[in-house]
Design a protein around this ligand. Structure first.
Ligand SMILES: Nc1ncnc2c1ncn2[C@@H]1O[C@H](COP(=O)(O)OP(=O)(O)OP(=O)(O)O)[C@@H](O)[C@H]1O
Ligand SMILES: [Mg+2]
Length: 400
């Protein structure tokens, strides 16, 4: 890993200003690519070997893989054109391109790039020669380890088996939606992924970037970048939003954040979600309306920079304007380095936040997967054609 290099030394070698180098290093450290060591001989060292760091990881740490913005500004001549809303016809194109190129860059290590290995050059030629129909159809084609993977997951709650062998893979940059009848196990899945102690994983595995989460406590999973937006966020009287968020951010980022920086980031994100600044001083969810609670969930997501976010019915309880604002907030958080899983009952959310994949969960299993058209089909046909008759209390009458 080499000796720690102080910022000044790196700046000198690279012929850059120390302020600029510091900015880059802060981003690389947040992404876990470099570490800073304190003390007289302190400085920065690589956190991983260059052969284990992909070019994509470096670019995304530096915030350089936002092809969408580039593409939109090129088409429209307006650098602020990428509004990420549901009407944008360029969005599917950039989504496809970003995933394709990002997937390719994931295959090249920093070591290969520095050495200029012949293989990399050949692959770049190949990239140009790929037939268009390959693009996007094999979403995991270029990825080494799946980004987020649930393998044959069996979960029980209070002795009752709820999930019966659930499989799901979410690639980097992908948005998936899970729909399904009441009581089919959607929230159980999200709790199990988060590591809620009442939700017992009987067998199977949950992996984030190739690493199993099962042995980790919920707070450790959150530090790794897992985020759950709760269906029913709980009130915590006595804990102010400001204190809660700042503590959560410190833990997630592994370093203190100055009050000034925190306030700035908080203010910016509250503005996006059209939340009144006075909100921040209230106790967590205490006396919040349904819609306010859901906005707070998205505010948390925005500040915690998750790797994989699961949003459990974030659209429920939102009025029409709030749905648009929250959806816009989610769209802004969609990124090539992030996976998003939306749990929802309604197409109306998916009109704003466009998933590439839709799954139907019934009786603890995924019974159908498809593209966005599947959600429309469910809206018009209901679930019975996939699951058998559904009882009035939710849950299926006929078990297969
Ligand atoms: N803590 C618990 N104790 C007992 N049963 C539970 C518990 N949590 C979940 N269940 C049961 O597990 C089943 C699945 O519940 P879950 O909340 O996962 O469904 P869901 O798909 O999220 O439903 P909805 O669409 O209504 O939110 C239900 O029958 C529920 O009663
Ligand atoms: Mg639920």
């Amino acid at each position: 890993m080499g000796l720690p290099l102080p910022v000044r030394e790196i700046a000198k070698r690279e012929k850059l200003t120390p302020v600029y180098v510091e900015k880059i290093l802060v981003n690389l450290r947040k992404a876990g690519l470099v570490k800073s060591l304190r003390g007289v001989h302190g400085g920065y060292v690589m956190a991983l070997s260059p052969k284990d760091i992909s070019v994509a990881a470096v670019l995304s740490a530096l915030g350089q893989v936002d092809l969408g913005r580039d593409l939109c500004s090129r088409f429209t001549g307006n650098s602020n054109a990428c509004v990420h809303n549901g009407d944008c016809s360029l969005r599917p194109v950039w989504g496809l391109l970003t995933r394709y190129i990002y997937g390719f860059l994931q295959q090249i290590s920093v070591e290969q790039l520095l050495k200029g290995e012949a293989g990399v050059v050949a692959d770049i030629h190949l990239l140009g020669a790929k037939p268009p129909d390959m693009i996007g159809t094999e979403r995991s084609h270029f990825m080494s380890a799946p980004f987020f993977e649930i393998k044959d997951l069996h979960v029980s709650v209070e002795g009752k088996k709820i999930l019966h062998g659930l499989n799901l893979t979410v690639g980097a940059g992908e948005i998936h939606a899970i729909m399904g009848p009441n009581g089919s196990g959607k929230s159980t899945l999200s709790y199990a992924v988060l590591g809620h102690p009442r939700y017992i994983v009987e067998s199977g595995d949950i992996l984030l970037q190739g690493e199993s989460l099962l042995s980790l406590k919920p707070n450790e999973r959150a530090v790794k970048g897992l985020f759950l937006g709760f269906q029913y966020p709980v009130a915590v009287p006595g804990v102010s939003i400001v204190n809660f968020l700042r503590t959560a951010m410190k833990n997630r980022r592994g370093q203190d954040i100055s009050l000034k920086d925190f306030r700035k980031e908080l203010k910016e994100n509250m503005k996006v979600l059209k939340m009144d600044a006075a909100f921040a001083n209230r106790y967590l969810n205490e006396g919040f309306s349904g819609g306010e609670k859901k906005r707070l969930e998205i505010l948390q997501m925005a500040l915690l920079h998750p790797v994989m976010a699961i949003l459990d019915e974030t659209d429920s309880g939102l009025d029409i304007d709030a749905l648009r604002i929250v959806s816009d907030g989610i769209n802004r958080l969609a990124a090539p380095t992030r996976g998003i899983l939306l749990i929802t009952h309604y197409q109306r959310l998916l009109d704003y936040v466009k998933p590439q994949f839709v799954h139907v969960l019934s009786e603890g299993k995924i019974v159908r997967s498809g593209g966005p058209e599947l959600a429309l089909e469910l809206e018009s046909k209901g679930y019975e054609w996939l699951t058998g008759p559904v009882s009035a209390a939710g849950g299926n009458v006929v078990a297969s």
